[in-house]
Design a protein around this ligand. Structure first.
Ligand code: ZN
Length: 153
């Protein structure tokens, strides 16, 4: 990765962590709480599905470090309007990007979405940060599955 690109990625993360998108409560929505005790990140993710099972709206509230907040914020933008199946593909793709040595091929992921996820996957170099970056995603999946609490395992 070039330094320019790294700077750009850092700018995106800072921007999202300073002014998180969809940072509000959704009334009468599904919700789940996520907790990453290693860093102190705590989020509640709210999720509303429409009658076809697509994510009509998604939001989050809570406190976390810059990485976890930026990841949650970017996630809300990525997930909105997606079907359950697409959300699951995105989750798996992002999880692999953050944790595996071999990057996933992403054949089933929209190119623009992949690019956004790339910004966050730099955490792969910092194992302690992976849980920060994936916390909101695990929490979102718990909300989708109807569980009340998410783990970061
Ligand atoms: Zn964190």
């Amino acid at each position: 990765m070039s330094f320019d690109l790294q700077d750009l990625y850092q700018d995106v993360i800072l921007d999202h962590s300073r002014s998180p998108r969809n940072f509000r409560e959704l009334e009468e929505a599904r919700s789940a709480m996520g907790n990453n005790p290693m860093c102190g990140d705590r989020f509640t993710v709210y999720l509303d599905l429409d009658e076809t099972g697509k994510v009509a709206d998604i939001s989050f509230l809570g406190n976390g470090c810059a990485i976890s907040t930026a990841s949650a914020s970017m996630m809300t933008e990525l997930i909105k309007g997606k079907s359950r199946h697409e959300v699951s593909d995105l989750f798996d793709h992002f999880h692999k990007m953050c944790t595996s040595e071999v990057p996933p091929d992403g054949a089933n992921i929209d190119a623009e979405d992949q690019e956004k996820l790339m910004v966050l996957s730099g955490v792969r170099e910092y194992p302690m940060r992976v849980k920060c970056a994936t916390l909101a995603w695990h929490t979102m999946r718990a909300a989708l599955d109807g569980a009340e609490a998410a783990t970061t395992e």
